[in-house]
Design a binder for this molecule. Structure first.
Ligand SMILES: NC(=O)C1=CN([C@@H]2O[C@H](COP(=O)(O)OP(=O)(O)OC[C@H]3O[C@@H](n4cnc5c(N)ncnc54)[C@H](O)[C@@H]3O)[C@@H](O)[C@H]2O)[C@@H](O)CC1
Ligand SMILES: Nc1ncnc2c1ncn2[C@@H]1O[C@H](COP(=O)(O)OP(=O)(O)O)[C@@H](O)[C@H]1O
Ligand SMILES: [K+]
Length: 513
């Protein structure tokens, strides 16, 4: 699913109005109608238990004077028509209300209920603590940080304990970069009912306090426009991940699915090799060999008899390169440490490898100390840094938005894929595109989860997936396995082994997406 800028979404609205064709006021009615349907279904869970009767529910709709405000007014009319209690406030953020706002206000005016006009501080009401506040002050038309009366109202809304449901965007939030924005002037939304496509800022850690659950409402923007428009950012949905999954031929055999090499583990961190190797075997590789210091070999063999083991010359860590000609995919890094001979062996691996490499953990830390090696990585290699590793690679600590921009730059410059891990992991391609992941949960913030991801990507590469599909599908399935594992665990108790145990269900779940 594409993620478009506010500007492109405006173009999509305009194209739809012209080519469907549909009047813009009718598009607004359609959008607000979907918000009503969502609220109607969700309301019983949104109000506190103490207000269980519908007659006691109050929807407090706070509108700006643009089309976002217009959506709010249409929604107010629909709520009123269905017998719900509403309070409607209009914040005069601009003295030039939009045409559709004015038309919607006129229609609302035909009902009996009066509207609270907010022009100055003294007009701002006390918002209740047990209502649903519908935030329809600003949408994609915001062109500078909120200020004046609009901002005062936003700050007052944020003081209320009521559930806040934002129409299209949390008012005050920009669609992409919010570096120059002020979080105090943005609604701290619990639910966002966003139209057609999500906005990039919803997926950035710096906006966490303002972005609650995101619900994408399909308002029927014109499919030709959506299909033909180029997008840098994409949100990876289940059906898109499912399309990447390959069907296994009846007569296929282990040779069809390649031989993966995992280079992982060192004294005290053999577990990293176990997790990466197990995940690799569970992700489709025909054969998996793990190159490991002799002292770790028994642990590995006991953990999974299906694995083959290649002994390193040093007993305790990765120090020499095996013959690479047997392998279709190589994953390196989890738990390998940074000994001098490990550094030398990694350098040699980068020079000699003829297949894309998956680099994680200490392999990335070594790379960060030797950035010139980046240019020598086999084309199509995949780097999987977490934010700490990424800041070492990038040379400085960056905001999430800046990290994604930097990630794109490094990918394009070096012809490699970078999977920046975390909530909403992002995967950048050599052509500049970025995929944002839609699976995973905070229970996955525990040791070994990344080692598992390395194994999955390497397994898919061995099984003849192209680097793009291997990285994207692995990212999705890894998060999905984490989500499935959570059903029998809690966010506190989830560990990487649980995730591996759910890989089968995660791959299979794709057929239902
Ligand atoms: N036909 C369409 O174009 C549709 C638009 N829709 C809604 O329309 C929204 C976009 O509407 P608009 O483009 O009218 O913009 P908004 O309603 O988001 O707000 C823009 C208004 O606020 C003013 N403004 C912007 N930044 C300000 C600031 N910092 N302080 C004070 N005033 C500021 C602008 O001058 C303008 O009057 C979408 O988010 C969506 O909710 C939906 O109804 C679907 C159809
Ligand atoms: N809050 C979160 N939400 C979703 N996924 C997460 C979250 N925290 C961590 N993850 C995922 O878990 C993995 C952690 O990787 P990493 O930090 O490298 O772990 P380790 O080095 O311990 O193996 C990544 O794939 C990341 O996307
Ligand atoms: K809004």
């Amino acid at each position: 699913m594409k993620i478009l800028s506010a500007e492109k979404i405006r173009e999509a609205d305009a194209y739809t109005i012209k080519h469907e064709p549909i009047k813009s006021i009718d598009l607004m009615e359609r959008a607000a109608g979907l918000c009503f349907d969502w609220l109607y279904a969700a309301a019983p869970k949104l109000f506190p238990d103490s207000i269980s009767e519908e007659k006691d529910w109050v929807f407090y709709i706070v509108c700006g004077t643009g089309n976002n405000g217009g959506d709010g007014l249409v929604l107010a009319r629909l709520l009123q028509r269905n017998g719900y209690n509403t309070e409607v406030a209009v914040v005069h953020v601009s003295d030039k209300p939009s045409k559709d706002f004015t038309a919607s206000l006129d229609k609302l005016g035909k009902g009996k209920k009066s509207v609270i006009e907010i022009k100055k501080t003294a007009d701002i009401p006390d918002f209740p603590d047990n209502a649903i506040i519908i935030d329809a002050i600003f949408g994609t038309g915001l062109n500078r940080p909120s200020e004046g009366i609009g901002r005062e109202v936003i700050e007052k809304i944020n003081q209320s304990k009521s559930t806040k449901v934002s129409i299209d965007m949390p008012s005050g939030l920009f669609d992409c970069d919010n570096a120059k924005n002020d979080p105090k002037g943005i609604v701290r939304s619990n639910h966002i009912l966003t139209f057609q496509l999500p906005k990039l800022s919803f997926f950035l850690s710096e906006n966490e306090a303002m972005v609650g659950a995101v619900h994408i409402l399909d308002i029927g923007l014109h499919p030709d426009f959506l299909k033909n428009i180029d997008a840098t950012f994409h949100y990876l949905t289940g059906s898109e991940a499912a399309e990447m999954r390959k069907v296994r031929g009846t007569y296929s055999h282990k040779g069809t699915y390649g031989h993966a090499l995992i280079i992982a583990g060192a004294e005290g961190k053999w577990g990293a090799a176990v997790l990466a190797s197990k995940a690799c075997l569970r992700s489709g590789a025909g054969l998996v060999t793990t190159h490991i210091g002799t002292q770790g070999a028994d642990i590995l063999h006991n953990a999974m008899p299906e694995l083959m083991i290649q002994h390193d010359k040093a007993g305790t860590h990765f120090s020499n390169l095996p013959d690479l000609s047997d392998y279709d995919a190589i994953g390196v890094g989890p738990g390998i440490g940074k000994s001098d001979d490990t550094v030398r062996a990694l350098k040699l691996l980068i020079q000699e490898a003829k297949v894309p490499l998956v680099l994680d953990a200490d392999a990335l830390n070594i790379l960060a100390d030797n950035l010139t090696w980046m240019a020598f990585l086999p084309k199509g290699s995949i780097l999987t840094p977490h934010p700490g590793e990424f800041s070492r690679l990038a040379g400085s600590k960056l905001s999430h938005f800046e990290s994604i921009e930097k990630q794109r730059e490094i990918s394009q410059k070096n012809g490699i894929y970078i999977l920046l891990k975390g909530a909403n992991s992002s995967l950048s391609f050599p052509d500049g595109r970025v995929l944002i992941n839609s699976t995973g949960n905070p229970g996955m913030a525990s040791g070994g989860m990344g080692d598992t991801l390395t194994g999955i990507i390497t397994g898919l590469l061995a099984a003849q997936y192209k680097p793009l599909e291997a990285a994207a599908l692995a990212m999705f399935v890894h998060g999905r396995a984490g989500d499935l594992a959570l059903k029998n665990q809690s966010v506190e108790s989830l560990v990487a082994s649980d995730l591996i145990d759910n890989l089968g269900k995660a791959f299979e779940s794709l057929s239902h997406d």
